[in-house]
Design a protein around this ligand. Structure first.
Ligand SMILES: Cc1ncc(COP(=O)(O)O)c(C=O)c1O
Ligand SMILES: [Zn+2]
Length: 413
């Protein structure tokens, strides 16, 4: 389907570039780029009725994802994740319409697969032979899997805070992993230089413009799953901000097509130990003060100097949303509650949106009838270090039924 991409445009100075170049930054001012799509053309090809005939995965919205030739699509079945209504937590909180978008059910266990599927497809379309990523963990795992599927080389730089499960997952897919003795931002600086020296695709969050194009399918799915009636609140955790920026773009596109009647309020959550965007938002500042030494249990969102801030700020302001920080204690409480009361085993960053929901409810910002969607972005299994610290020891018994019954009849059960 040639013709759906118009150009890449600098978000700062507006310079326009041809879309068939492997470009991340504006050659004039150095800012990041975004895809401009030909919506007239796309709307002539896509309709709600046509969607109904397609498989439920993110490529059902393929006209809106800037890959021109379908044969380059690298899919492992990403997207199409369940949106389920809370069974218990909503009632306990007095929220009648609390939903969880189970995006940890993507092929590598996080919502990063949406961006990675789009990025690997674009790498093939641009005929780039390798991808260089930097990641708090999940984006690296997603890049590793999709590069393997695409048959291209993959290198990822991670900070030392990345979990061992995430590092091992990248490696089993054949990615070369460099654990940098520093932060996410340090890893990003090295990755950028390596990518430009080698001429490979630089795959860093919002800095790779295709990533947010994959992420915007989250917005499409949530609205479609609610029968095109958008939620009042769309709540998710933010590191670089790519996913929330993408979701906002997705909601805007649906509004433009007249498929939804309003854009949800986008509420973003950071951890108190690494909350540069929440702090800037609170003070009304357009500049963030980078956090040099992030400290949070939610390692996936430990991003001290997020490149997405200008775009995220715009998304949040324009959607009448907010960015708030929550404590690690609140995140762990949400993490436990999701598992025990809903059967949802998220990683801490994936549980943070529920912690924010609790905070917003306590502040009186949520109405009992509001439709609230929490995006559960990452699976708990890829960060078991946190779980093992919380659950304590299991009960050890000899091979003896009476021992088991004795424990069950005691108050230890
Ligand atoms: C589980 C999880 N949730 C949220 C985020 C934040 O996503 P973004 O960097 O797009 O803001 C990440 C990023 O690594 C993540 O892994
Ligand atoms: Zn520019």
């Amino acid at each position: 389907m040639a013709g759906k991409i118009l150009s890449l445009k600098c978000v700062n100075c507006g310079e326009i570039y041809k879309p068939d170049e492997n470009l991340n930054f504006c050659k004039r001012c150095g800012s990041i780029l975004e895809f401009q799509l030909n919506y007239d053309y796309i709307s002539s090809k896509l309709s709600k009725d046509r969607l109904k005939l397609r498989d439920f995965n993110m490529w059902r919205y393929w006209e809106l994802i800037p890959i021109e030739d379908k044969s380059y699509i690298i899919s492992l079945g990403e997207g199409g994740t369940p949106l389920i209504k809370s069974r218990r937590i909503g009632k306990l909180m007095g929220l009648k319409n609390l939903y969880f978008k189970l995006d940890f059910l993507n092929p590598t266990g996080s919502f990063k697969d949406r961006g990675a599927s789009a990025a690997a497809s674009r790498a093939l379309e641009l005929k780039v032979s390798a991808m260089v990523g930097f990641s708090t963990g999940n984006a690296g795992v997603a890049q590793a899997a999709y590069s393997a599927a695409a048959g291209i080389k993959s290198i990822v730089f991670v900070p030392k805070s990345a979990s061992l499960e995430k590092i091992a997952s990248m490696m089993i897919y054949g990615t070369k992993v460099f654990v940098v003795d520093g932060t996410f931002d340090d890893a990003g600086r090295i990755a950028r230089k390596v990518a430009s020296r080698m001429g490979w695709m630089y795959n860093g969050g919002v800095i790779n413009p295709i990533r947010q194009e994959g992420k915007k399918t989250l917005a499409f799915e949530v609205c479609e799953q609610l029968n095109w009636s958008p939620p009042d609140w769309y709540i998710q955790s933010v590191g670089v901000g790519t996913a929330a920026i993408g979701a906002y773009k997705g909601f805007r596109e649906l509004l433009f097509f007249g498929w939804i009647s309003k854009i949800p309020r986008i509420a973003c959550v950071q951890a108190e130990g690494c909350a540069p965007m929440a702090k800037a938002f609170k003070t009304g500042s357009s500049r963030i003060i980078p956090v040099n030494n992030p400290k949070t249990i939610a390692s996936a969102i430990a991003v001290g100097n997020p490149a997405g801030w200008p775009l995220l700020r715009k998304a949040v302001i324009e959607s009448d949303g907010l960015i708030e920080a929550v404590s690690d204690e609140a995140i762990l409480d949400a993490y436990k509650k999701l598992a025990k009361l809903e059967g949802i085993y998220a990683e801490p960053a994936g549980a943070a949106p529920l912690a924010l929901t609790v905070k917003l409810r306590d502040q009186g910002l949520l109405d009992k009838d509001d439709v609230v969607v929490c995006v559960i972005s990452g699976i708990g299994l890829k960060d078991t270090g946190v779980t093992l610290k919380m659950v304590g020891k299991p009960i050890n018994i000899p091979v003896d039924v009476d021992e088991a019954l004795k424990v069950l009849s005691s108050n230890r059960f």
